[in-house]
Design a binder for this molecule. Structure first.
Ligand SMILES: [Zn+2]
Length: 270
C-alpha cells in the first residue's frame, strides 16, 4: 500500500542510472532501459543502490529528531515557511535526514531525499504521503523542471542538479549555520577543535554561480537546555564527529545558541 505512492508519481521520478522515465512493472519501477527499483512496503525507495553505507547511524537521527521536536528550530521553520509559496505543488527536501523538517514543510507532493538509508527508514516510519527516497544529491532521480521548491537545510548541495530539476519560477531555500551557531558546544570542545570559524562567503559565492540570491534572512535564538537536551545536541552535531560525545560533560552545557542564515535563491534571468 505504501509502495503505491511511488507508482502514482512516475511523472516526477527518473532513473538515477540512465536518466530515462519510469513506468510501473508489477511491484517495481522500471526505466526505459530496464533498470528496476522496488519500493519498500514501508514507504521508501532506494534509488542509490550502489552507495556505500553512511557513517551516520540511526541513534544520531533520533537525537536530532528529539531536538527538532523540542522547539529549538521553530523560528527557523517559521522563516522557511514564510519564504515558501502558498501550497507549493512539488517540494524536494534535498538532504532531508530523518525528515522532521520535511514533514513540517510539505507541498502537495513532497520528496524527502537523503543518501543515508538509516535516515530515510526513520523518516518513513509512521507512513504518510511523502516520497522518501534514498538518493544521491549529485544525480537526483528527478525529471528536469519538475520541482517548485527545493529545501537544502544544513546539508551539502549540488547546484547544477538543483538548477536542472527546479521549475523556471521555482525557489531554492538553503539554510546555513552562522558564526554563533552552537557556539557553546564549540567552547566546550575548544581543546579538541581546530579553529572552526563559520564563514558563509564560500557558500554564497558558489551558490551565486548558478542562482540569483533574492534574499538573505538571519535567524538568531538563545535557549536554556535540560541535561538530556544537552546530551542530544552533543550527539547530533557534526562538531563532535570523530570524538566520543559521551566523554564530554553534558551538564556544563546549560544553554544553546541557534544562529543561521536562510538564503532564498531563484534561477538567474527569472
Ligand atoms: Zn535506467
Amino acid at each position: 500500500m505504501s509502495a503505491e505512492k511511488f507508482f502514482n508519481h512516475t511523472e516526477l521520478l527518473r532513473c538515477p542510472a540512465c536518466g530515462t522515465a519510469f513506468s510501473r512493472c508489477g511491484s517495481s519501477l522500471r526505466c526505459e532501459k530496464g533498470h528496476t527499483y522496488d519500493p519498500s512496503k514501508k514507504g521508501w525507495i532506494n534509488l542509490a543502490p550502489n552507495t556505500a553505507p553512511s557513517r551516520y547511524g540511526s541513534a544520531l537521527f533520533e537525537a536530532r529528531r528529539r531536538i527538532l521536536e523540542g522547539g529549538f528550530y521553530d523560528a527557523v521553520l517559521h522563516a522557511i515557511r514564510s519564504a515558501m509559496p502558498e501550497n507549493p505543488e512539488t517540494v524536494l527536501d534535498a538532504g532531508c535526514g530523518d525528515g522532521t523538517f520535511t514533514k513540517a514543510l510539505q507541498g502537495n507532493t513532497t520528496i524527502g531525499l537523503d543518501l543515508s538509508k538509516d535516515a530515510i527508514r526513520l523518516a518513513a516510519f509512521g507512513g504518510g504521503p511523502i516520497l522518501w527516497v534514498v538518493g544521491d544529491l549529485t544525480r537526483l532521480p528527478l525529471k528536469n523542471t519538475s520541482v517548485d521548491v527545493i529545501l537544502n537545510l544544513f546539508s551539502p548541495a549540488h547546484y547544477a542538479e538543483f538548477a536542472r530539476v527546479l521549475k523556471p519560477d521555482g525557489k531554492l531555500l538553503k539554510l546555513v549555520p552562522q558564526e554563533g551557531y552552537l557556539r557553546e558546544i564549540r567552547a566546550l570542545m575548544a581543546d579538541r577543535l581546530h579553529r572552526e570559524a563559520y564563514s558563509n562567503d564560500a557558500v554564497v559565492s558558489h551558490l551565486s554561480e548558478q542562482f540569483h540570491i533574492a534574499d538573505r534572512i538571519r535567524i538568531f535564538g538563545y535557549y536554556p537546555l535540560t541535561e538530556e537536551q544537552a546530551r542530544d545536541f552533543l550527539f547530533m552535531t557534526p562538531l563532535t564527529f570523530g570524538t566520543d560525545p559521551g566523554a564530554l560533560d553534558a551538564s556544563l552545557l546549560k544553554q544553546i545558541t541557534i544562529d543561521v542564515e536562510l538564503l532564498i535563491a531563484e534561477r538567474p534571468g527569472k
